[in-house]
Ligand binder design. Structure first.
Ligand SMILES: C[C@](O)(CO)[C@H](O)COP(=O)(O)OP(=O)(O)OC[C@H]1O[C@@H](n2ccc(N)nc2=O)[C@H](O)[C@@H]1O
Ligand SMILES: Nc1ncnc2c1ncn2[C@@H]1O[C@H](COP(=O)(O)OP(=O)(O)OP(=O)(O)O)[C@@H](O)[C@H]1O
Length: 299
């Protein structure tokens, strides 16, 4: 008996960041959009808790107890007083350390998979609570679609989306550490007045309407200057995508993956090809959103 769960990546269409809180986390107005790039997590009973991973970035994924999928299984087992002895296999398609919530997807996926395998019947609110303990992005990986995250990004309100948005993603030649990007944000903001993060009304209206031009005009990412400061070569990738006709170009979350909003799948293919030809990235992928959250794909 095994259970497989499919979980999407995310792009942040708005990431407003406030000044660091006393606990070191930053208050956010984080507008998440799940996109159709997926990791699949398969859980099978085993003699001990063990993680395996395959996919193009598999060699960068830790297979010990620090893996978010292992931590999710441990957390659920502890709550229900049972043994966490399972084999978790991650079929990884989401770039690692790319700002697309790949590890978070695996955490949410393992939680849903173990919940189904063990038939714990945990209420959704309890699963979301465990997700929030695992990381700020993990609750969104569970729910998918589109949502506004406040607090450190874990307090979610689902958002209406009136259409499908088409994207091209350019994967960089190395990763960026999320804490390092937040630290660079702090350094760049030293001595300035950092406003409270608020969601943009124009952006929420554009999502609700399903209007790519309006969304392109409203996207923003307060972590982008910090990501560019640590990874200056990303400026050339953003420029190449804009020159190829993307409606807008931005760093996805803490980066270094860059995201390009386009009008339709044909433009996605053209922008993807131009980005690859520019030589400014490792690889490109196209995907559209919103995509559903963690979903049992097979038993
Ligand atoms: C950049 C985003 O991906 C945007 O969605 C998230 O804010 C990061 O979410 P995540 O990777 O799940 O982050 P966590 O595992 O909760 O935290 C990793 C580290 O990121 C920083 N962090 C994260 C979230 C937040 N609101 N403020 C922060 O300063 C902290 O240094 C923290 O130690
Ligand atoms: N299941 C996992 N998959 C990938 N990385 C993991 C996993 N579990 C733990 N990690 C660790 O987390 C680090 C960040 O990887 P991840 O792919 O989650 O980054 P990210 O997509 O930039 O995250 P986010 O967008 O949530 O900030 C990795 O370098 C790795 O050490």
């Amino acid at each position: 008996m095994s259970v497989t769960v499919r979980v999407p990546a995310k792009v942040n269409v708005q990431l407003a960041v406030g000044a660091a809180r006393p606990d070191g986390f930053h208050p956010l107005a984080n507008v998440f959009l799940a996109v159709g790039l997926y990791d699949e997590i398969t859980v099978t009973p085993a003699d001990e808790l063990r993680v395996t991973c395959d996919g193009p970035d598999a060699d960068q994924v830790p297979l010990d107890g620090t893996n978010l999928a292992a931590r999710a299984a441990q957390a659920l087992a502890e709550r229900y007083g049972r043994s966490p002895d399972v084999h978790l296999h991650i079929a990884k398609d989401i770039p690692v350390a790319g700002g697309m919530a790949g590890g978070s997807a695996d955490g949410a996926g393992a939680l849903v998979a173990c919940d189904a395998l063990w038939q714990t019947g945990a209420p959704r609110d309890e699963l979301l609570e465990i997700c929030a303990e695992l990381g700020s992005d993990v609750p969104f990986s569970l729910v998918g679609g589109a949502a506004l995250g406040i607090g450190r990004g874990e307090q979610l309100t689902p958002l209406e989306v009136g259409g499908t948005f088409h994207w091209v993603f350019a994967m960089a030649r190395r990763g960026l550490s999320t804490p390092a990007v937040f630290r660079e944000f702090d350094r760049l903001g030293e001595g300035t007045d950092i406003p409270e993060p608020v969601a943009s009304g124009e952006l929420l209206a554009a999502l609700a309407k399903g209007d790519p031009d309006a969304l392109a005009a409203a996207v923003s990412n307060d972590l982008q200057p910090a990501a560019l400061s640590l990874f200056p070569e990303l400026a050339a990738t953003l420029a190449a995508g804009r020159a190829a006709g993307a409606l807008t170009a931005l760093v996805s979350g803490s980066g270094p993956t860059t995201a390009f909003l386009v009008r339709d799948p044909e433009s996605a293919a053209a922008v993807a090809q131009a980005l690859l030809a520019s030589g400014t990235c490792r690889t490109v992928r196209t995907a559209s959103g919103p995509a559903p959250g963690a979903t049992v794909a097979g038993r």
